[in-house]
Design a protein around this ligand. Structure first.
Ligand code: ATP
Length: 238
């Protein structure tokens, strides 16, 4: 059986600067895979390329058995790949409900959309309580919840989350990680980019450590969590 996502020797450049220098990894259906690494390692660039927002300079991407090279961003969403971007990018003047509905922009099944709005409210009750308020009135952590809820509204086969814990208080971060765990237990396949290596590796089936555009170490979440070099570089131990 082929994996849901297969990335082979992917390279991405901004002009002459190569930000991703030939990385390969897979995501099997039902698992959580994390990319960890310091600032500028190329994690966000990788996700933006998978979403069709950047063009690869080389390599291959297969999603659900089909090549993604040359496929436009809208089509990629329609194929089942959703992206909750770094920095959240919600629409502050639109209401929370309107933001959620934007995530379903390719769907025409009103009843199904309504069901998924309810599901987002179950996952994140604050979104339901404040559905008619402008999204800009939410706190940073709540906006992160909205971005995740919006990405789920396309009923993705693969959900990509870019630094969902960025800038959040420890309590909010824990809440976001618990939600990712809950989505995992419901069978959602997730590709998670995180600076918080401890949290990400604790819930991931597999992880890859990126440094300056390359994957330098791969393993199960538990293997990486206990790896000495990972502990020193990313978990703040000497
Ligand atoms: P972070 O956690 O800081 O977002 P990252 O691992 O996601 O880091 P990227 O954002 O993918 O890293 O950046 C990879 C490299 O590409 C960095 O050296 C960055 O400066 C560079 N880069 C990113 N975006 C651009 C751009 N639009 N133009 C030029 N260079 C860029």
């Amino acid at each position: 059986m082929t994996a849901l996502l297969e990335v082979e020797d992917l390279r991405v450049a901004y002009g002459k600067i190569e930000a991703v220098k030939g990385i390969s990894f897979k995501v099997e259906a039902g698992e959580v895979v994390t990319l960890i690494g310091t600032n500028g390692a190329g994690k966000t660039t990788t996700l933006r390329t998978l979403s069709g927002l950047l063009k690869p300079a080389g390599g291959k991407i297969f999603f659900d058995g089909q090549p993604l090279n040359g496929v436009g961003a809208h089509k990629i969403v329609a194929m089942g790949l959703a992206h909750s971007p770094e920095g959240r990018r919600i629409f502050p003047r639109l209401t929370i409900l309107e933001n959620l509905l934007l995530g379903a922009f390719l769907r025409r099944d009103a009843a199904g959309i309504d069901k998924d709005v309810q599901r987002a409210y179950e996952l994140f009750p604050i979104l339901g309580e404040r559905s008619k308020q402008a999204a800009g009135t939410l706190s940073g952590g709540e906006q992160q919840m909205l971005a995740m809820g919006r990405a789920l509204m396309s009923r993705p086969k693969l959900l990509m989350l870019d630094e969902p814990s960025m800038g959040l208080s420890p309590i909010m971060m824990q809440k976001i990680m618990e939600t990712i765990q809950e989505l995992k237990s419901q069978g959602t396949t997730i590709l998670l980019v995180e600076q918080n290596a401890q949290a990400a590796l604790s819930l991931a089936n597999h992880g890859h450590v990126m440094e300056v555009g390359k994957i330098v170490l791969s393993g199960t979440g538990q293997e990486l969590l206990h790896d000495e070099s990972v502990r020193k570089a990313y978990l703040g131990e000497d």
